[in-house]
Design a binder for this molecule. Structure first.
Ligand code: APR
Length: 279
């Protein structure tokens, strides 16, 4: 016979957990509503609903050790055929992809903030260009962009350029300027420095921020953890929105909302707007 008392206890526990989660969401929405300056740090998870895969975890790109090795700066230039065999199809996928509700929620958030004299800065680890295509105006690409290419030879006069060509497997495109050296995607490989202009602009935005939203990243690379460290040094309230909890929770994350970015972000932005309407 069913243990109705146990079922009642479980139901009560579940509804207490749900209302605690709603209260925490409402608290974050309140902070967004009161904020003037918000910074978002986004990672691969925000683009999952657009059909772009992640790097780590089941099915992630770095599950394949050969690909991981090829993306170390020390493996260049020999690894360019492998890099292009990954980045070519990724470019094609990103071009065909559309921004999802998580990207669109950030466009709404930017317009709410701008409407009251504030500002939204997105620092992204993603190289897919989807924040810009969604319509956000201030996007700092920490890891470069796979929508640009540049000459492998740093002394070549060719500047990084917009490039939508997706080479088929086996092809390494040649620099159209020097016509000798191969092209490489304008992305940051393991072991390469992050672009200084992006880092300083990110630091400036964090210095002025009220809230930092960290969305869809595993926090496995230092660009995520140092961004949170900087935010904490400036007294910025930090919220992590991720599908899974981090393996190594960061001590300066003040609140964690577990869930899909494409569900949590639209809800938060809706609640923040509702609070503005009620004010
Ligand atoms: N919503 C929110 N989070 C999600 C979703 C989703 N729909 N789907 C997956 N996630 C989470 C996963 O749980 C994981 O924690 O997104 C995170 C993706 O982690 P990574 O694959 O490690 O991506 P990211 O953190 O952006 O990687 C950082 O590492 O290799 C480098 O340059 C590469 O920019 C990349 C950097």
């Amino acid at each position: 016979m069913a243990d109705y008392n146990a079922i009642d206890r479980l139901t009560a526990q579940l509804s207490r957990a749900q209302s605690a989660a709603s209260e925490r969401q409402a608290d974050v929405a309140g902070r967004l509503h009161r904020a003037r300056r918000v910074v978002v740090l986004s990672g691969a998870g925000i683009s999952v609903a657009s059909g772009i895969g992640t790097y780590r975890g089941a099915g992630g790109l770095w599950e394949n050790p050969e690909l991981l090795e090829a993306h170390q700066v020390g493996s260049l230039p020999d690894s360019l055929p492998i890099i292009w065999s990954v980045k070519g199809p990724m470019r094609a996928r990103a071009l065909a992809a559309r921004p999802n509700p998580a990207h669109m929620a950030l466009v709404k958030l930017e317009s709410q903030l701008v409407g009251r004299g504030g500002r939204l800065t997105i620092i992204t680890q993603n190289i897919d260009g989807l924040h810009q295509r969604a319509g956000n105006t201030e996007v700092l690409e920490m890891h470069g962009s796979m929508m640009r290419s540049r000459c492998y030879d740093r002394t070549c006069s060719l500047k990084p350029f917009e490039d939508t060509y997706a080479p088929p497997a086996g092809e390494v495109p040649i620099c159209p300027r020097c016509q000798v050296q191969p092209l490489r995607p304008d992305v940051v490989l393991f072991g390469e420095a992050l672009p200084w202009s992006v880092i300083s602009a990110a630091e400036f935005a964090l210095h002025q921020a009220d809230v930092l939203l960290v969305v869809g990243t595993s926090g496995a690379v230092s660009s995520a953890t140092t961004t949170i460290d900087s935010a904490a040094a400036y007294g910025v309230y930090c919220v992590l929105i991720n599908k899974e909890p981090w393996d190594h929770p960061h001590p300066h994350v003040n609140e964690t909302l577990l869930g899909s970015a494409e569900e949590v972000l639209p809800r938060l932005v809706f609640l923040a707007a509702a609070q503005a309407g009620a004010a």
